[in-house]
Design a protein around this ligand. Sequence first.
Ligand code: 5CA
Length: 446
Amino acid sequence: MRLSRYFLPVLKEDPADAQIASHRLMLRAGMIRQQAAGIYSWLPLGWKVLKNIEAIVYQEQQRAGHIPMLMPTIQPAELWQESGRYDDYGKEMLRLSDRHGRDMLYGPTNEEMITDIFRSAVNSYRDLPLTLYHIQWKFRDETRPRFGVMRGREFYMKDGYTFDLTEDDAKHAYNRHLVTYLRTYERMGLQAIPMKAEGGPIGGDYTHEFLILADTGESGVFYDARIEDIRLGDRDIVYDDRAQCQGVLDEFTSLYARTDDTHDEDVFAGTPAEHRREARGIEVGQIFYFGTKYSDAMGATVQGPDGKPVPVHMGSHGIGVSRLVGAIIEASHDERGIVWPEGVTPFHAGIVNLRQGDAATDSACEGIYAELTKEGLEPLYDDRDERAGAKFATMDLIGLPWRITVGPRGVQNGKVELTSRRTGEAEEMSPEQAVARLKDIYALIV
Ligand code: 5CA
């Protein structure tokens, strides 16, 4: 993409109403525009990051064999009356009526709808286990929408639903989701710690939230610092291997880690004092096992091995896809702007032309642009007739992890500069070497 033809409405000044770094930087970098409280347009740069995060979520669900689909945003009230949540959900639910006066709602989550789909089509235990998920917009009329996309009213969520014959099977589905989520967050450059949490309006008392430690987080957390040393990494996971998935859950949940909803001072006292931490965190996902809560209420049964109908054991598993855009920025920025991890960056590298209009410099930039594109990488070429300082400031603000700087003097000597946004380190090399280096860097990003 050439910057002269792109739509990147960056702001020079800090917006007055943004209290935290990610909100401020998303507005300044032209990623989002607020349309109403907690409701945003995703401008081109923001949309690209959102889609990159969605792609990682999708790939990790594929790896585990979970099945993607798409349910609508608007739902009929009847399903929620069946489960009893139509009244329970209260003012957080956006209620609508259509031209025939039928009660509808903008879905805050999809347990009822997926249970309805399940009961209409699945009759036998032989069709289990089943994991269906979608990535769709949700609406919750939050009392205090704030911090930009972190606590929106409209937000983008991955929500997956598991159907199993027994509690044991459902617990395996739960463990499997925990593993997929750990991988998903690590690929985004994040460390998300699973913490014992509360079921809230979704239900059940067997649930973990995934939290990223950040001073600006909305949740209070208590944990054993040794958990910060554990990584899933690139170990081979066989998602059908129950013992292996259980082992990962045990490894990640045996040290104390709880949100303030479930925190217990007496239990915490069992952690050596030097490892005890109290901090704040951003909740980027939650997994739930709630047994037969919805299948009982909505009559979702299958014929068991003995021919008798049994209610299915269910769980639901969510990732805050749009919230993650903000959470990644909270975890990765500096005073000049965003620093994207390679796994989610909107463009792989920026090309900065220091003397636009100089034939040799222009042609070197065009050459690098063509070569990167040929390698399957997507560069953002700043081809505007601007001062070098302004071009650098824009690149720093939007946070592309790598910048190739091309100037007339370097070009004469066959050299360009490759700069890391994270460390600021710059290295002179030939254009071919710069392209090869970027190719190698991105080849390592699974
Ligand atoms: N049905 C279950 C699991 S799919 C569910 O809705 N879980 S949830 O309520 O915990 O939401 C899943 C994730 O969505 C949360 O962990 C959080 O990361 C994200 N989320 C929830 N509310 C908001 C919001 N108002 N703005 C942005 N993201 C949100």
